[in-house]
Design a binder for this molecule. Sequence first.
Ligand code: AMP
Ligand code: GLY
Length: 419
Amino acid sequence: MKVLVVGGGGREHAIVDALSRSPQVEKIFCAPGNAGIGRLAQCVDIKDTDVTALRDFASANGVGLTVVGPEAALAAGIVDEFRRVGLRIFGHTKSATQIESSKEFAKELMARYGVPTASYRGFSDFGEALEYVKAGSLPTVLKYDGLAAGKGVVVAETYEEAEDALRSMLLDESFGKGRVVIEEFLTGPEFSFMCFVRGNRIIPMPLAQDHKRAFDGDKGPNTGGMGAYTGLPFITDEDLEYARTNILQRTADAMVAEGRPLSGVLYGGLMKTPQGIKVIEFNARFGDPETEVVLPLLESDIADIFCWCAAMDSDTALPSADFAERATMGVVLASNGYPGAYSKGHAITLPSPLPPDVTVFHMGTKVADGALLTNGGRVLMVVATGTDLAAARHKAYDVVGQIGCPELFFRTDIAHQAL
Ligand code: AMP
Ligand code: GLY
């Protein structure tokens, strides 16, 4: 089978890496891909949201399965269009993707079906929103109701901060015209629980924890994620079962009941609060950088799982989905200045060969005249597996230390909540 992967970051590199281990996969294309992906797949210069060009490419090249990474492609309706012309594709329809693309849709769904989450109210009027914030307590959480590339959430510690954020979202329309959801502030450790879903059947993946802040000690601005690991000591088997049943399964059932069945990855961004586990956000796709630490543990054939999810109209049995009982951790190397302004095009040297159990996923790289260059905010993620987290951590940081590029920075405390 020929497979097309849509996207070009570390998440897609991990997907391509997992597909490359499948005996059924004879060739992988990736649009647009990156330098690391280019070693395993043929990169195709098509933008991830150019649905028409991707459809035509898949048809013309005998692609038997397309796998979608980014939410923007899902929100652009890539799955609806591929299905319309009879092409097999892994990912949710545009209407199911609303679980991520509309915060208010997700909040209403959770309220209607009893999925635990922070209490909230939605607003489109600046004055009313401000009044509501002033009548409430601090900190308060403001979320733009739409895709905002991870920048649409503000946890305001003061009324001035809240007012500035509301002004930017509702009056200046910084992310476009939209509504704002104002939420109760919750506390507790956050974790990511992803599952494959088809209709009301779910296949859970191992839990992971992201590190959203730029600097050590969870300081600095929010980023797309500076590192991740699996094996979370603060989540008990009971917690896991609670989240599986009352959050992921209940949400899959709710989406079927709403006529928007899921057919891809459901990502629960969850928090273990003193009042129990609650949903902070849902994503309609693999998390990044969580995917880079979860998929290396998959021992089963990922192509079987993707094809099972894609076959919405059949009742084929669940595919096997075995994950190794090992720990993984990964450290992101980002361009100096990220998540603010940064420069690109700096040369990177990677140790070669890499030690066993270590993979370097490329998040934002390109090759020019044979040289590997930085080409994004997050550039590389060094992922190691080990019998335990301490062993994995040792191996990962060893390789991080050997990567020659003064233009990159990284956190030195990934997995600190577990070690
Ligand atoms: P989100 O994009 O919805 O995941 O929000 C980004 C980050 O904001 C989350 O990872 C949390 O750290 C924080 N956050 C979002 N919602 C809440 C909430 N209701 N209470 C506390 N922190 C929150
Ligand atoms: N790691 C958070 C996300 O993928 O949205």
